[in-house]
Design a protein around this ligand. Structure first.
Ligand code: SAH
Length: 253
């Protein structure tokens, strides 16, 4: 096919403009955002975590390293490094990064070998723990969340996290005692099985308050030779601990 010279020129200009436009499409250009999102994570730690007083270097390093965006649904991925919790489905949430840091820091994990988490959720808190201690045991009551978290954690290469589906109120007696226990859902009282499964010198942290109460108190317990010492840390807002034998009525306060 023979085209007149001006038609060829027009075609050439159209091609050049098209190529030029394509390079401006975000994600297709040479300066597309970094898929590892390292800069966002570094900023999250330097702006949200350090200024609020978190000093444990192992916690800070873990939070700089773990791709939090892999733990949130794709729909919310853009907000993965924002200063707040995010929905993860089934009415549950991944905690605010600062709250993850605060709880991990309070557990003083430097010499801990075995940690138990109640409320796996997305698996993010478990990953933070697994960066610091050799063995993490985590229990999730909502089966699809446990399955999704296990998938993410395996994809990211974690081999030291053991997930169980069930009611975490009972703890994981076969693996007790634990050097630290973290409960990431709020309870009206401290579950006795968890206190029992804490090693002497170990720490338990959990939000205590009524289901659907606006705020709960974050409480830290230390097991001593003779008993337990409790310290109230701050006010937090968590989803309630679900009991298999009790259904929580929506709107109940
Ligand atoms: N730690 C999670 C966030 C937890 S949200 C993360 O990093 O993403 C609280 C989680 O606790 C929810 O996934 C909820 O399903 C779970 N949960 C509530 N009651 C529970 C129970 N009795 N036993 C185990 N998990 C429970």
């Amino acid at each position: 096919m023979n085209l007149p010279a001006h038609a060829l020129t027009l075609l050439w200009m159209t091609c050049v403009m098209l190529i030029h436009c394509l390079t401006l499409v975000p994600g297709c250009s040479g300066d597309s955002p970094d898929p590892t999102r390292q800069a966002e994570r570094d900023r999250m730690v330097s702006e949200q975590i350090i200024p609020r007083g978190i000093k444990d270097q192992a916690v800070l390093a873990a939070m700089r390293r773990i791709p939090r965006h892999r733990f949130v649904p794709a729909f919310h991925s853009a907000f993965a490094y924002n200063d707040g919790p995010l929905p993860i489905g089934h009415g549950q949430t991944i905690s605010q990064p600062f709250v993850v840091a605060l709880m991990s820091d309070a557990l003083a994990l430097q010499s801990a070998k075995k940690v138990l988490e109640i409320g796996t959720g997305s698996g993010y808190q478990a990953a933070v723990l697994a960066e610091i201690v050799p063995n993490v045991f985590t229990i999730e009551i909502v089966e699809p969340l446990a399955t999704e978290a296990a998938k993410t954690l395996v994809e990211l290469g974690y081999r030291n996290i053991h997930i169980r589906v069930g009611d975490g109120y009972q703890g994981w007696p076969e693996e007790a005692p634990f050097d630290a226990i973290i409960v990431t859902a709020s309870s009206e009282h401290v579950p006795q099985p968890l206190l029992d499964q804490l090693a002497v010198g170990g720490r338990l942290i959990l939000p205590v308050g009524k289901a659907f109460q606006e705020f709960q108190e974050l409480v830290l317990y230390r097991r001593t030779k003779d008993g337990y010492e409790g310290t109230r840390l701050t006010l937090v807002r968590f989803v309630p601990l679900i009991r298999k034998d009790q259904s929580i009525q929506p709107g109940e306060r």
